[in-house]
Design a protein around this ligand. Structure first.
Ligand SMILES: [Zn+2]
Length: 290
């Protein structure tokens, strides 16, 4: 399995931190019926996205690094180390070297990242924004500007005034307070190769990232879809979706936009190889993995 590929004058790398079974898929996708799960268990398990022994959803946790002719851009910064995550034992105060080793193996240094983009501000997409140094959270990527949706940031900043939200406190607010964040529109562009595509619903202003000089050669979808079964049934929302009706609309319009095109769909959470092309069929859409 290759962890990098070339798309025109862009190179795309996957930086994998973890891949693991999380929880029963019917808890994760609350409107997935037992009947539909039973009908699709075999191919889901075959794709690696389901552990058939206990019907737990299997998720990959990874960043994408995009090298364009002018910039090196990291999309979604995964889980991070030394973070207080008491509700997630696997992520709580972890100290493994998976992420930094994967970055080094790809030949990418933390210094060369020009931009860090977070598709949304959930715990598994912001973790490596910061690292712990002498008891202080500092930017992991010392030369990067961090791009957050202004609407998304405003929502979490407001919530964190009345709630202690660990991942906002340790991985988002320090970046903003150090003046390293740019709050942007979720419909803007970073450069002539990298654009944002609003895909709200999972969070208030979730965005996807499209890549290519003249057309969308690839799209990094963040948490628009968590499981391949949502491509066949885009009305399956995720348990933490901010607005499940809106996320369904975002999934449907995304499938119509990219179905049966040459655009490579790069998912955050589908198990390796995590990337594929969206195809239509009489029974719905599916992702033909590469
Ligand atoms: Zn996620």
């Amino acid at each position: 399995m290759s962890l990098h590929m070339t798309l025109g004058d862009i190179t795309l790398h996957r930086i994998i931190e973890d891949q693991s079974a999380l929880m029963p898929i019917r808890d994760f996708l609350p409107n997935l019926s037992q009947e539909v799960l039973d009908a699709h268990r075999d191919w889901l398990a075959g794709s690696g996205a389901l552990d058939p022994s206990n019907d737990h959803i299997v998720l990959c946790f990874q960043s994408y690094v995009i090298k364009t002719p002018h910039h090196t851009i990291l999309v979604d910064s995964c889980l991070g180390n030394h973070k207080n995550r008491p509700n997630r034992p696997r992520w709580h105060q972890k100290t493994d070297d998976h992420y930094m080793t994967a970055l080094a193996k790809a030949g990418i240094s933390v210094e060369e990242i020009d931009y860090v983009m977070c598709t949304h501000l959930h715990v598994d997409h912001v973790g490596w924004n910061t690292r712990l140094e002498n008891g202080v959270w500092v930017p992991t990527f010392p030369n990067a500007r961090y791009l957050f949706s202004n609407q998304e940031y405003a929502y979490w900043e407001e919530r964190s005034r009345t709630e202690a939200i660990d991942h906002i406190i340790d991985s988002v607010l320090p970046i903003v307070h150090l003046g390293r964040a740019d709050l942007i529109e979720s419909s803007g562009a970073v450069n002539d190769h990298v654009r944002l595509l609003p895909t709200p619903g999972h969070t208030i202003d979730h965005f996807a990232v499209t890549l290519g000089a003249k057309r969308d050669d690839a799209v990094i979808i963040g948490d628009l879809f968590h499981s391949p079964i949502q491509m066949k049934y885009p009305d399956l929302f995720m348990r933490l979706d901010y607005d499940g009706v809106q996320s369904t609309q975002s999934r449907q319009s995304f499938l119509q936009r990219y179905g049966d095109t040459s655009t490579l769909c790069c998912t955050a959470h589908f198990p390796s190889p995590s990337m594929g092309h969206i195809k239509s069929s009489p029974s719905g859409y599916f992702c033909e993995m590469i």
